[in-house]
Ligand binder design. Structure first.
Ligand code: GUN
Length: 298
């Protein structure tokens, strides 16, 4: 058996297109475009790449993009003052502070200062709490994107065994909540889990989000499992190359022979994150204007 490739890139492109159509409708109804503010502190090269692609994708989806680039030595007071201005700005529907922040800034304090109703990353404790108790709020983009790929592929997840490897606040924990809401039987595995291969072998659904190159082996997988690989790891360069290959947390070549479907890296989960960010921003805009976005529209 060769696993089907779950084409996150194509799925994300369709989602961005649908968001763009609803964003155009929003602009007509509201008399303004939906707006996303992105704050970048410092010059981390990877973050600069992400922020640039968010900016371009936001404009392409018929939304307004407000970029705020601050120097690496920005004080916490100045950053909090900017967040307060964005909270109060009616043109701004969503606020994203790019992580990681420089070491002298307290990430939890900064995220906690964002209005939960503009927290399109879903990182604020209020949104984490809403997700935990089943109230509507904002769900972190990467796990929500994984969930869209899974339900598109499998339909009803009721009763399926899901194993999430990784327990971060950004991916592992919200992923587990979403799978639980979808009536899967959920296990969260992590670095202290005993006999991880045996735990993974139970899974109909494996979500790998540990950040360790090719850690999950083909022999660990149950025949026919669906594998979602959240990892993006760069291998050391081959001799003569200046950059190593990008790989996920799963041994892709091996897993392809065992799984029924798997997301590639790159081109799987990665492209979903920005598409869902735009989706969350549009949902925020409709809510902020008291307008009705059809249920299940996005
Ligand atoms: N850094 C890497 N991914 C993300 C993300 O999804 N949101 C934020 N705010 N920072 C990130």
């Amino acid at each position: 058996m060769t696993a089907q490739v779950i084409d996150g890139k194509a799925f994300a492109a369709k989602l961005r297109e649908r968001v763009g159509e609803f964003a155009a409708t929003f602009a007509e109804k509201a008399g303004r475009k939906a707006g996303l503010a992105v704050v970048l502190v410092g010059e981390d090269p990877a973050s600069q790449v992400y922020v640039r692609s968010k900016h371009k994708a936001t404009l392409a989806a018929n939304m307004e993009s407000f970029e705020h680039r601050l120097p690496a030595d920005t004080s916490e007071d100045d950053l909090l003052a900017l967040v307060a201005r964005l909270n109060a700005d009616p043109a701004v529907d969503g606020i994203l502070v790019q992580l990681p922040l420089p070491d002298h800034l307290d990430e939890q304090a900064v995220i906690g200062a964002i209005s939960p109703d503009k927290d399109v990353d879903g990182f604020h404790v209020t949104n984490a709490g809403r997700l935990a108790v089943g109230q509507s709020g904002f769900v972190p983009c990467t796990p929500l994107g994984c969930m869209m790929l899974l339900t598109d592929r499998l339909g009803d997840l009721s009763g399926l065994e899901a194993v999430v490897i990784g327990r971060s606040n950004i991916v592992g924990k919200p992923m587990a909540q979403l799978l639980l809401d979808a009536n899967a039987t959920v296990t969260i595995a992590h670095s202290r889990t005993k006999d991880l291969p045996a735990v993974v072998r139970r899974a109909d659904i494996v979500v790998a989000a540990v950040g360790r190159a090719e850690m999950v082996k083909a022999e660990w997988l149950k025949d026919g499992a669906t594998v979602i690989d959240v990892g993006i790891n760069r291998l050391p360069p081959e001799p003569g190359a200046d950059k190593g290959r990008l790989v996920g947390d799963v041994d892709y070549a091996g897993a392809q022979a065992v799984a029924s479907a798997i997301t590639p890296v790159p081109g799987g989960v990665g492209p979903m994150t920005i598409a869902v960010l735009l989706r969350n921003t549009l949902v925020a805009a409709y809510r902020n204007e008291g307008l009705n976005l059809p249920e299940d529209a996005l």
